[in-house]
Design a protein. Structure first.
Length: 298
């Protein structure tokens, strides 16, 4: 059973992230390819197979619907459980050339129990990424928590994608927003070797720091100064921990600045972007070329 404190926290997270939908109404977000479109616009729907027998572990049941280029609701049957994800594969991909890979983990509103596809309908990160590299596969997992289970499933899905597509291991990127950031920070703490760089948005760091520092994985930490759910404290604390560990490892300030970036946005950033609040307004980071450009420039 959830405690009263947990119920209040979940309600607060939900109410803040619902502000994302308000951001989508703003003209600045409407002009992006990632602007939310009502689920009714799903295209290329096919009749589902009548075969209901379970798929073997390690195999994928492909989705039959498409949304803005993404094949929706694929299911990887893994020892960690069924892993739901949406995937964009460029038409140019034929396996003969290595492509980049990008994974984006959503906040609470985008988790699978909220409904298949809600991560893509409410957040713009997956679509905005397509503007930076036309030779990149984009995966948008939909998990059901932001703890150990979701971290293990993210690792399993990443390993599957690396094994089944021709992916350049030096161009594997990820971001986590809100609860998705909590999950992805755990992933980075467990398997930093899988990733090239990571963008941590409006969240808190729940994973280990030392493996990330040892692997020298660049991390960008961004949050609003008045984030209504987390506040800036956890993000500042994560930066301070990274900075301390890198200093102890003997790195110069210039080297540290390349590996960890702290970006605390003021209130004007969100009001000028048309966001109704700062936590839900974290969706604006997907539209920011300085932030997204940093990620895909690593």
């Amino acid at each position: 059973m959830f405690s009263i404190q947990q119920i209040i926290s979940l309600f607060l997270m939900l109410s803040m992230e619902l502000g994302i939908a308000g951001c989508g109404a703003n003209a600045k977000l409407q002009q992006s390819a990632g602007t939310s479109v009502p689920p009714a616009n799903i295209q290329d729907t096919q009749e589902p197979s009548s075969d209901t027998s379970p798929e073997p572990e390690g195999e994928v049941a492909e989705g039959t619907e498409f949304y803005q280029g993404f094949r929706m609701d694929n299911v990887l049957h893994a020892p960690e459980g069924d892993i739901h994800y949406h995937i964009y594969i460029p038409d140019s991909y034929d396996g003969s050339e290595s492509y980049a890979l990008y994974l984006t983990l959503p906040g609470y509103v985008g988790l699978y129990f909220q409904g298949a596809g809600q991560n893509l309908y409410s957040e713009n990160f997956a679509f905005a990424a397509l503007q930076y590299n036309d030779k990149m596969i984009v995966a948008a997992p939909q998990l059901n928590d932001w703890g150990k289970t979701s971290a293990e499933q993210t690792i399993a899905l990443t390993e599957y994608l690396l094994a089944h597509y021709n992916i350049d291991p030096d161009r594997v990127y990820a971001n986590g927003y809100s609860g998705g950031g909590e999950t992805m920070s755990r992933v980075l703490g467990m398997r930093p070797d899988l990733f090239t760089a990571y963008l941590h948005c409006s969240s808190q760091w729940d994973g280990a720091y030392e493996p990330v520092v040892k692997a020298r994985i660049p991390v960008y930490l961004v949050v609003g100064e008045g984030d209504e759910y987390y506040g800036p404290g956890p993000t500042q604390g994560a930066y301070d921990m990274f900075h301390e560990l890198y200093t102890e490892a003997g790195l110069s300030e210039e080297e540290i600045d390349r590996l960890v970036v702290l970006d605390i946005k003021d209130a004007a950033y969100f009001t000028e972007g048309g966001a109704p609040n700062q936590h839900g307004g974290g969706n604006l980071f997907a539209q920011d070329p300085e932030i997204m450009g940093w990620l895909f420039g690593q």
